[in-house]
Design a protein around this ligand. Structure first.
Ligand code: ME8
Length: 654
């Protein structure tokens, strides 16, 4: 039976749409999960949403919907959390929502267990509360009187509440952080110990009575469980701890690693181990606190309005290029400055120039010199040695970095070898060898084979980062399933000697910087407009008419036989219509800004046909076509009333 590996992302607050910062952590977790699967582990990858708390309750109230309807829309609605993970090709095995019934009842049992064992007691909470962060603070923890995490105003809070005896675990937590590799990277340990433990770890307020959107404390109505207790235990309830929904707790717990953003390391490295000790379950093996993606030097956050939309980026550059960029560019443990220019540059340099060129040059040369299939004859040369040595060492170097969650370094190892392979083409000069195939055929085949092998090995190791593009790469270089494996990445020579390549489309087209930046601006602008109320309907309705007057309008279905722009007019289109009488009817309509004439030919429209004829631009118009007019984002929009084609010309519209 294969070894287990359990990895998690934080569960996201569905208070707003997710941005590229959230995407960063989930893509990193996905790459790690895929890497472990590649190595042969039986992987459990959990993500989900953290749906309770006052912030959600408030946001739902503002939106005039129930909290459940509010979170449903953001989690499972169009372009919500679930859709985003699909778009980003996230391979999670499980998705937990903290509003799932099994989780709610498990949290009640867990809370009771901690209460019954004496770790939760009732007291009075007096302190400060940061609503956006859902965090309680003592006076001494505030920075300039504000929330130490987000810098926003805090409010006074005083209420009857349950407390978790966190202080009791202070020494154990300090030992865990200082003397083990539980918390990574190491640089985070100092911060936790100095800022939170040394000043004196206080008991944690773990219930609230001032709002209701949470897991009810079943033995004390009126209290709901503090959102962080509810949230942290998701890592265990999603496996079946204290519930019957799943049966994977024994197999997968303790987690191998929780990936979390640096501002929530505090909860994961101090409160979480203490809670695990309290209920008597083993601790997760590691917590890794990654850095933030910054925009203009500050953390992206919806409340600051400086977010970057992953949908727009993935649609513009492709999912794999975006995934790759996030992990290639920023060291996972540190903050990084996001910019569109950096993204485009990474795509152009690494993917289009280095990897894309290697693949397209190699497959083109195998096609040109050997008709797509290499002969078996070989002739080695000392020129090959360095490339082969680097390719053979690659898997080990890559693994060493991946085991440290150093994605950027692992990718740097791969791209060192890709660059080396491009240089090898220049050194071996295949185009010179090809001039005398009889003398150099075996040598040329060796050069080509070496290039294909290096490409294959790099492709295997890039799979966790760009799963979809690497499938296409394998198809082009003739690497079937058996040589896409972890084992085969350590075996130079795994491709069959007489391998066949298929020249395919360019895997990573070069991005035109200016065009792409302009398209991104336009897409962001369109997204902003789409977020406005969709349609502004004219509030004023016309005065009423009597029924007979209305009935005197002769409304008919008409079929468009021809439609032409009217010369010298940029408004008018001239329609030749079948109105069912057997004689063509001509109507002029001022809709040229909305329709091209040719797209209307053959359509069935509605017209008033008993208006007196009138002349426009020297042409007679006998009637009027009906359309709907409204204003959208300050712009007038018009839609002709297009009827079902089954309606015959001349049918009365009433
Ligand atoms: O914290 N760069 O949820 P959340 C990098 N529900 N990472 C970022 C980021 C950025 N600009 N912005 C956000 C929560 N993140 C809790 C977790 S787990 C039991 C409960 C990361 O939706 C952030 O650091 O506010 C966090 O790890 C994750 O997105 C979810 O943030």
């Amino acid at each position: 039976m294969s070894e287990k590996f359990y990895i998690t992302t934080p569960i996201y607050y569905p208070s707003d749409k997710l941005h590229i910062g959230h995407t960063y952590c989930t893509v990193a977790t996905d790459a790690m999960a895929r890497y472990k699967r590649l190595q042969g582990y039986d992987v459990m990858f959990l993500t989900g949403t953290d749906e309770h708390g006052q912030k959600i309750e408030d946001r739902a109230k503002e939106a005039g919907v129930t909290p459940q309807a509010f979170v449903d829309k953001i989690v499972t609605g169009p372009k919500g959390v679930v859709d985003l993970w699909k778009l980003m090709n996230i391979s999670n095995d499980r998705f937990i929502r903290t509003t799932d019934g099994y989780h709610v009842s498990a949290i009640q049992k867990i809370f009771k267990k901690m209460h019954d064992n004496g770790d939760i007691y009732k007291g009075k909470y007096v302190g400060k509360y940061c609503k956006p962060c859902e965090s309680f603070w003592t006076e001494s923890q505030l920075v300039d009187g504000k929330c130490p995490d987000c810098g926003r105003e805090v409010q006074d809070a005083e209420e009857e509440a349950y407390f978790f005896r966190l202080s009791k675990y202070a020494d154990r937590v300090q030992h865990l952080l200082e003397d083990t590799d539980f918390l990574q990277p190491r640089s985070r340990v100092h911060e936790m110990v100095n800022n939170f433990i040394k000043p004196g770890l206080e008991d944690l307020c773990v219930s609230r009575t001032s709002f209701t959107w949470g897991v009810p404390v079943d033995f004390d109505p009126g209290h709901v469980v503090y959102v962080w207790v509810d949230a942290l235990f998701n890592y265990t309830t999603a496996l079946g701890y204290q519930n019957d929904e799943y049966q994977d707790f024994d197999a997968f717990w303790p987690a191998d690693v929780h990936f979390v953003g640096k501002e929530i390391v505090r909860f994961h490295s101090i409160s979480w181990p203490a809670m695990c000790w309290s209920v008597g379950i083993p601790l997760p093996k590691h917590v890794f606190g990654h850095g933030w993606l910054l925009l203009d030097g500050g953390k992206m956050s919806k409340s600051k309005g400086n977010v970057v939309d992953p949908y727009i980026l993935a649609e513009q550059f492709g999912t794999d290029a975006l995934r790759f960029f996030l992990l290639r560019t920023f060291p996972f443990g540190s903050d990084g400055n996001f910019s569109n220019e950096l993204l485009i540059n990474t795509i152009n340099v690494d993917l289009a120039n280095d990897l894309g060129n290697l693949v397209s040059r190699t497959t083109a040369m195998v096609g040109k010199y050997f008709g797509g299939t290499l002969p078996a004859a070989r002739q080695a040369d000392p020129l090959d040695d360095d490339l082969l040595a680097q390719a053979s060492a690659l898997r080990g170097n890559y693994e060493e970095q991946m085991e440290k969650y150093a994605f950027q370094n692992a990718l740097a190892e791969v791209f060192k070898v890709i660059s080396r392979a491009n240089k090898y083409i220049d050194e071996t000069m295949p185009w010179v060898l090809s001039r005398d195939m009889e003398a150099n055929g075996a040598r040329l085949a060796t050069v080509m084979y070496n290039l294909l092998e290096v490409t294959r090995i790099c492709g295997v190791l890039l799979q966790p980062f760009m799963p979809e593009r690497m499938e296409r790469l394998f198809a082009q270089i003739g690497a079937d399933e058996g040589v896409r494996t972890w084992d085969s990445a350590a075996r130079f020579g795994a491709l069959p000697a007489e391998v066949s390549v298929v020249k395919g489309e360019n895997l990573f087209p070069r991005v035109d910087v200016e065009q792409a930046l302009a398209a991104l601006d336009a897409a962001a602008e369109a997204a902003k407009r789409a977020a406005l109320p969709p349609v502004e309907v004219e509030p004023q309705l016309e005065e009423s008419v009597d029924f007979d007057t209305f009935c005197s309008c002769d409304l008919r279905a008409v079929k468009v036989k021809d439609c032409q722009a009217v010369k010298k007019s940029n408004k008018l289109l001239c329609f030749t219509l079948d109105d069912g009488t057997g004689t063509d009817r001509q109507i002029l309509s001022g809709i040229a800004a909305y329709y091209k004439p040719e797209e209307l030919i053959g359509k069935t429209l509605a017209a008033i046909v008993n208006l007196p004829a009138r002349k426009m631009m020297g042409k007679e118009s006998c009637g009027m076509l009906l359309s709907a007019v409204h204003t959208e984002h300050g712009e007038e929009k018009l839609h002709l009333l297009i009827l079902d084609d089954a309606i015959p010309a001349g049918a009365k519209v009433c």
